[in-house]
Design a protein around this ligand. Structure first.
Ligand SMILES: *Cc1c(COP(=O)(O)O)cnc(C)c1O
Length: 386
């Protein structure tokens, strides 16, 4: 009996993944294989009809806003900033606790990234620290809907409109989440600011089988400009109005995304079921804090991120028992060699610095089963409670 228990524990722990793309694929294999085969049969690999069709379906999904597809989520941010005609020296405000891409494109365009610390409980930009960073050079704010929950967009909109700033929502981790305004109305994450951007990297909530991205905007003139920027700065072939980039969503990826978009609500639901289980089981464990849910956003649970005492020990303990975890992000941007700034040293962003030492993301994906979830929470409890 003990042996049987040992074997089943082993089988569970050998199979736990941060993200399980394989089993997700198997569930939609016939549909997705047919969609890919259809592209192969027509060989319309670039700008095949699936690309526009997907853009329209995604537009419908997020509430009717214009969708421009591109090659990845980093390009989406870059193209957004190019379309807004931000100029070298312009300042762009962003949270310092984010994936590097957000800061990278700002620096690449020779704009100045201006970091703001995040709120300890929500992991998103601390809106009470934004205004002190605004100068006459500030042109835009880039809130990041980190781990799947929206930043406080209503507060950010207020600050942006008072100061005449653009908002670019980095929605790479939160596609499908809803922002809930204080009057009770909802809008999809990414459709609230001047421009929204997202990524279809395979492990994102709506992932393709390679790289992909998209840009959202309500503004008709901006839509045309974004399309132009993503296509070598041309509206008419071989007539280049601006310096642009070459950033396209492949037809094969669009075909995959057409299939997967139909499952996105189900995927988000599955992530929420896992998160609810973690919440319920882990809320009383001494030594960890479960992620806080806010009233102004639903959660897409791209990551389920705890704040943990003895974080590194916990990580090793779980690893030794077959449970993978990730640290998003272990080194704050202002400590990165590429993003160091004069006068911005240790202690500049105490919350982000603390989070880099305490956050730990547990496995969460669309294919988790109860056995795995039970095993994970049991193992965490045994670490803290013995
Ligand atoms: C993944 C991600 C990006 C970049 O997307 P890619 O498609 O990998 O270029 C940008 N911002 C955030 C917050 C992300 O998580």
């Amino acid at each position: 009996m003990e042996l049987g228990k040992e074997i089943s524990r082993k089988m569970i722990s050998e199979n736990i993944k941060m993200v399980d793309l394989h089993n997700q694929y198997l569930r939609i294999k016939p549909e997705v294989d047919a969609a890919i085969q259809n592209v192969l049969d027509t060989t319309a690999f670039i700008q095949g009809p699936q690309v526009n069709a997907f853009a329209q379906e995604l537009s419908f999904y997020v509430g009717g806003i214009n969708v421009i597809t591109c090659a990845n989520g980093t390009d989406a941010l870059q193209i957004a900033m190019m379309a807004l005609e931000l100029k070298p020296g312009d300042e762009v405000i962003l949270p310092v606790h984010t994936y590097v891409a957000t800061a990278e494109v700002i620096a690449l365009l020779r704009l100045t990234p201006v970091f703001v610390d995040v709120d300890e409980d929500t992991f998103t930009i601390n809106v009470s620290h934004i205004e002190e960073k605004i100068t006459s050079k500030t042109k835009a704010i880039v809130p990041v809907h980190l781990y799947g929950q929206c930043a406080n967009m209503e507060a950010i909109q207020k600050i942006a409109s008072l100061n005449n700033l653009h908002i670019i929502e980095d929605t790479a981790q939160a596609l499908s989440a809803d922002f809930i305004f204080s009057n009770g109305t909802h809008k999809k994450a990414g459709t609230i600011g001047t421009i929204g951007t997202t990524s279809f990297f395979p492990s994102k909530n709506l992932g393709c089988f390679g790289d992909g991205g998209a840009i959202f905007t309500q503004d008709v003139a901006l839509t045309a400009k974004i399309k132009m920027m993503a296509n070598h700065g041309q509206k008419i072939k071989y007539h280049h109005e601006s310096i642009g980039v070459n950033s396209r969503l492949d037809t094969i990826q669009a075909a995959v995304l057409q299939v997967k978009l139909k499952h996105l609500n189900d995927y988000t639901h599955k992530r929420n079921e896992a998160a609810n289980f973690y919440d319920h089981e882990l809320q009383a464990v001494q030594g960890i804090l479960i992620p806080q849910r806010v009233a102004y956003s639903t959660h897409a649970f791209h990551q389920y991120t705890l704040r943990a005492e003895r974080r590194d020990e916990l990580k090793t303990y779980l690893e030794e028992r077959g449970i993978p975890t990730m640290i998003y992000y272990p080194v704050p941007l202002h400590f990165q060699k590429a993003y160091q700034q004069v006068g911005v040293g240790e202690g500049s962003f105490p919350v982000t610095e603390k989070l880099s030492k305490t956050v730990i993301s547990l496995p969460i994906h669309t294919e988790m089963n109860m056995e795995e979830l039970h095993y994970i929470v049991k193992t965490i409890k045994s670490f803290y409670h013995g």
